[in-house]
Design a binder for this molecule. Structure first.
Ligand code: XIL
Length: 396
């Protein structure tokens, strides 16, 4: 008895010495990495959150672009090369090269893929839209073509896509709803009626049992007054009714293309939006975050730069909202540098390229204030209000 007690005591003493020794840093040795020296990817990983970017495949030849894309982000979305006009430029002839190049990049860098996009009214091949216009493609043909396209594409990437954007931008906005209420819109609705939405989700599920299936839209970052012109409310009711019918929809994606001219969002509005969607049993994602800028650009002396501050605030409000909602799975920016942002050439109503500088990095890859705001949100958030993500399982 006595002997073994002595043994236990000496083992405990030795362990205590070992622990104490380990805790003393060697001279010039261990030092924790400061949060500002950690990648967004590493910091987001501590929350179980995926942080992503859209990838311009043509820019991957630029080593700086490729380095930032691979080290800062844990999920990627193809900005253009998984759209119908790229994948099936001629009827029945699929071109996988660019999409496969994108998928290989993601795989090499251990990144999850958001597949973008199966059903959308933009970037459709000409043979398809022309065929519908000249009557050579009937509604029945169109539905069959959509089925075949979804099945072919989802099968091609089966097992490699985490979240698919199945249906994108299917409803109107308050400014293009002349009847005074939000409704369905676009090519697919005009030719097939709203039933194409449920069909698309079901066809996608049949082709890949594991991918999470997303409804994705813009201008749904916050709920409004709940009235007929509240787009977020319309999408909420749409998703609710799809879920009630057993349609396999797993995620609602809020694109979150913001601009400083849209006024002040608070993190609480974003959190409320995400939490309310989660009550439907779906997860959420911020899928195309950028913040275009219309703030004064000339700043003198040491004054606060309103352009950078305003933009950083919106990036941060979105990040804080996402962090606070445990069903918010990913936060993806739509391009990470001002040199490769669609805002440089897109017309948002004020002329092409009028609102830009929408990303986290300058065109010469210097991180902007928005970058450190997002980095700090990730570094300094935690319990009691920020807890790790709740993973989403595909609905059967
Ligand atoms: C944009 C791309 O960024 C541009 O390069 C392209 O010319 C047009 O499409 N919503 C979406 C994205 O779902 O696919 C769009 O991407 C941006 C708006």
């Amino acid at each position: 008895m006595r002997r073994s007690r002595t043994l236990i005591i000496s083992i405990a003493a030795a362990a205590a010495v070992a622990l104490a020794t380990a805790a003393v840093p060697a001279v010039g040795g261990w030092r924790s990495t400061a949060p500002q020296d950690q990648s967004l990817r590493a910091l987001a990983g501590e929350h179980g959150l995926y942080i992503g970017t859209a990838i311009d495949v043509g820019a991957l030849d630029d080593p700086t672009y490729a380095k930032i894309a691979s080290t800062q982000f844990s999920t990627v979305t193809a900005e253009n090369v998984m759209k119908w006009d790229t994948l099936e430029p001629e009827r029945g002839v699929y071109k996988w090269e660019l999409a496969d190049e994108f998928m290989a990049f993601a795989k090499a860098n251990h990144q999850k893929v958001r597949g973008h996009v199966l059903v959308w009214q933009n970037q459709l091949p000409k043979w398809l839209t022309d065929g519908v216009t000249d009557g050579s493609i009937s509604s029945a043909d169109l539905s069959q073509l959509l089925h075949d396209y979804i099945t072919t594409v989802v099968k091609h990437f089966e097992g490699q896509v985490w979240q698919w954007d199945v249906v994108n931008e299917a409803v109107t906005d308050s400014w293009d709803s002349p009847a005074g209420q939000i409704t369905y819109k676009g090519f697919w609705y005009q030719h097939l009626g709203e039933g194409y939405i449920a069909d698309a989700f079901r066809w996608a599920r049949s082709a890949d049992r594991e991918a999470l299936l997303t409804y994705n839209d813009y201008n749904i970052d916050a709920f409004g007054d709940g009235g007929p012109l509240d787009k977020t409310e319309f999408v909420f009711q749409m998703v609710k009714s799809l879920r009630q019918k057993g349609v396999p929809i797993d995620v609602v994606g809020s694109q979150a293309h913001l601009s400083t001219r849209y006024g002040n969002y608070s993190p609480f509005q974003i959190a409320d939006m995400l939490d309310r969607f989660a009550t439907l049993g779906v997860a959420t994602a911020l899928t195309e975050v950028d913040v275009r800028n219309l703030m004064p650009q000339v700043v003198t002396g040491d004054t606060i730069n309103p352009l950078l501050q305003a933009q950083a605030y919106d990036f941060s409000a979105l990040m804080q909202g996402c962090l606070s909602s445990r069903h918010c799975l990913s936060y993806t920016v739509w391009g990470f540098d001002d040199g490769h942002s669609w805002t440089n050439t897109w017309d948002f109503g004020l002329g092409k390229g009028a609102e830009r500088m929408a990303t986290l990095y300058t065109a010469d890859y210097q991180p902007k204030l928005a970058y450190s705001a997002v980095q700090a949100d990730l570094a300094y958030s935690g319990a009691p209000r920020v807890l790790s993500r709740i993973p989403q399982q595909p609905k059967r």
